[in-house]
Design a protein around this ligand. Structure first.
Ligand SMILES: [Ca+2]
Length: 75
């Protein structure tokens, strides 16, 4: 169970890192964002769902972490 939690936290950090990098790359001019929707245009074609579902994905990861913690920590 502990390995599962570490894996989930790692995945969450990775996902948040990608969201952060998307914003960072636009602000710093590494990526082009012609339509100003804060998604690098080169990512939009393939990873549109990843940004559209952003709130849902973060919520889901939070629930999974909470659930895993609830199973690990003694009550
Ligand atoms: Ca864009």
């Amino acid at each position: 169970m502990n390995e599962l939690l570490v894996t989930i936290i790692f995945i969450t950090a990775l996902v948040l890192g990608v969201y952060w990098y998307a914003g960072y790359s636009i602000r710093s001019g590494i990526a082009v964002d012609e339509n100003k929707n804060l998604i690098p245009d080169s990512w939009e074609k393939n990873f549109d769902w990843f940004f559209k579902g952003r709130n849902m994905i973060i919520l889901l990861l939070g629930i999974i972490i909470g659930y895993a913690l609830g199973n690990i920590l003694p009550v």
